[in-house]
Each structure stands twice: as C-alpha cells, then as structure tokens.
Design a protein around this ligand. Structure first.
Ligand SMILES: CC(C)(COP(=O)(O)OP(=O)(O)OC[C@H]1O[C@@H](n2cnc3c(N)ncnc32)[C@H](O)[C@@H]1OP(=O)(O)O)[C@@H](O)C(=O)NCCC(=O)NCCS
Length: 192
C-alpha cells in the first residue's frame, strides 16, 4: 500500500512519472522557480527529476520522500513537498507549488503533514528547512510549523544582480510532540 497522507483539503502521495504534465507546468515557470535551486526546467530536466523521485521511493527504506500534493476534491496536483533524509535521523523539507495555488494555506497544510509523518512514522530527531531571505512566504511556513530560526548564511546566493542571505530553520522531535495534538496529521497544529 503506497504511503498517503491526508489533511483537511489535501492528499499527499508518492510522485510518479505520469505526473509529468502537472509538474512541468510549474517547474518550467521562472516565477515559481525564482528562489529555488531548481528550474526553470526543460522537459528533460523535469523527466530526470521525476525519475529520481521514483527511484527515491523505490529504495528500501526510502531516503527521499517526494510527495505529490493533490487536492482531495478533484485529485489535481498543485505541487510537491519533499522530505530528504540525512544521517543521525535528520531530514530537510522542501516544497514548491504552482502559482494559482499560492496564498491559500496549502503550503503550510502540506508541510505540517510531511513533518508530522517524519517525526511520527519515520522516527526522525530533527527536521530543517532553508529559504532565501526575500522568500518571506516560505519563511512563514517554517514559522507557522513552530520551527526555530537557527542561522543566517550571509550572502549565500546571488540572484537578480545582488547577494541574498539564506535562513536556516529547525525543529526537534520533542518540540514537535510538545506542540502537536495526538492523532492524524490533519489534527496536528503545532506552532499555531
Ligand atoms: C513559498 C510557497 C511554498 C508558499 O506556499 P503557499 O501555499 O502560498 O503558502 P501558504 O498559503 O501556506 O502561506 C504561508 C504564509 O506565507 C504568507 N504568504 C503567502 N504568499 C506570500 C507572499 N507572496 N508574500 C508574503 N507572504 C506570503 C501567507 O500569508 C502565510 O502567512 P501567514 O501565516 O502569516 O498568513 C509558494 O509560494 C511557492 O511554491 N513558491 C515557489 C517555490 C518556493 O519558493 N519554494 C520554497 C523554496 S525555500
């Protein structure tokens, strides 16, 4: 049975090759990829990404969980949210959504479910995330999840003709458990 995470409005499932069209629509959009070390993609680059995601899911156990974030109502894929495992029960979360889906709370809802999955199902000790300082919306997701800003990498990326800082956020298992309610991911609202 493939892993599925459900929230109030979303269903998260493994990303598959047949998601190409939906993924490539936003992965080739320069505005969507502006603050990312990903894209804007050629078709071949999106196919390579999908192949790598499928390979990640095929590992036993996986160390790269790239979830397709879909609307429960109609199954539409609006983006992806990934959990990338490292040593010492550590992982990094990352996410990207098509433009029309922005600003409706989906990013926060999906990230909360994925972090909860990491701590409760995978037994992680620490989850971290990074964003370019001007990418305020991404930083808000990290804050709403109850993550702590642990550091600022000064002038770590060069975009639009200038240097930008990168902010690192992290949350530990005990902090997540203290802030979350028992039960399924959609009932856990740590950090609110
Ligand atoms: C960043 C991104 C993931 C946010 O997703 P989202 O679904 O729009 O986020 P949410 O609706 O859950 O909003 C999260 C917070 O950001 C705020 N926000 C959303 N868009 C914003 C914007 N353009 N400017 C400032 N704040 C914004 C929301 O108001 C909310 O804050 P609040 O809790 O104080 O109300 C989405 O814009 C995206 O996919 N961007 C392109 C890819 C990307 O940058 N990924 C992250 C790389 S680190």
């Amino acid at each position: 049975m493939p892993i599925q995470l459900t929230t109030e409005r979303l269903l998260l499932r493994p990303l598959v090759q047949s998601d190409f069209e939906a993924v490539h629509t936003y992965a080739s959009d320069p505005e969507v990829c502006h603050y990312m070390n990903f894209g804007p993609n050629t078709e071949e680059e999106t196919r390579v990404f999908l192949r790598a995601s499928a390979q990640g899911w095929a590992e036993e156990p996986p160390d790269n969980y790239e979830f397709a974030v879909t609307l429960r109502g109609n199954g539409d894929l609006i983006g992806t949210c990934g959990l990338h495992l490292g040593p010492f029960r550590r992982a990094e979360i990352g996410y990207i959504y098509r433009r029309e889906a922005w600003g409706q709370g989906y990013g926060t809802e999906a990230a909360r479910a994925v972090v909860d999955f990491g701590f409760r199902q995978l037994g992680l000790h620490r989850v971290q995330a990074r964003h370019d300082a001007p990418n305020v919306a991404s930083g808000r997701i990290m804050q709403r999840l109850g993550m702590t800003c642990e550091g600022r990498f000064r002038e770590a990326v060069y975009r639009d003709g200038e240097w930008h800082d990168v902010l690192l956020y992290g949350i530990l298992e005990e902090e997540w458990r203290a802030g979350s309610l028992p039960g399924p991911a959609d009932h856990a609202h740590p950090g609110d």
